[in-house]
Design a protein. Structure first.
Ligand SMILES: [Zn+2]
Length: 144
């Protein structure tokens, strides 16, 4: 196999990802440290455009990445089971303050009940089931 023209490396010093052209030494674009034994190889790229994609992907902050995968692995609304629906409703109602639900309270309520669902999804679900009346972008009234 031919050596790929570009290698995406992660700087051992600052964790920034940068590209190295085959045959060159490679230097971190953020802190200027040269690639060394500790430099992690992330991926390879066949051309500069691919390299740019790889680098921007590799440089997505970890917390965003986990959010992204969380989003992708969170259960589709339709697959929530009946007993879950009861728990979710309880969770949602416990987030209400004077009959008004705000996302930040739902987040707390979800965490308290150890439910891995996004607040926005829960609200959306309740809204689509007619349990909530939307008052504004971040306020819902409990109709139940
Ligand atoms: Zn660096």
């Amino acid at each position: 196999m031919d050596t790929p023209p570009w290698t995406v490396l992660r700087c051992a010093g600052c964790a920034q990802c940068f590209g190295r052209k085959a045959g060159t030494k490679g230097k971190c674009s953020r802190c200027g440290v040269f690639a060394n034994d500790k430099t992690e190889i992330i991926s390879h790229a066949a051309n500069e455009q691919e390299l740019q994609n790889e680098i921007s992907l590799a440089n997505v902050p970890e917390h965003l990445k986990s959010k992204l995968s969380e989003k992708m692995t969170s259960k589709p609304i339709a697959s929530v089971r009946e007993d879950d629906a009861y728990r979710l409703k309880k969770c949602l109602l416990s987030a209400a303050v004077d009959g008004i639900i705000r996302p930040e309270n739902v987040v707390k309520s979800l965490a308290k009940m150890n439910i891995t669902l996004r607040a926005a999804d829960l609200i959306e679900m309740a809204y689509s089931q007619g349990l909530l009346l939307k008052l504004s972008e971040d306020e819902w009234q409990v109709l139940d």
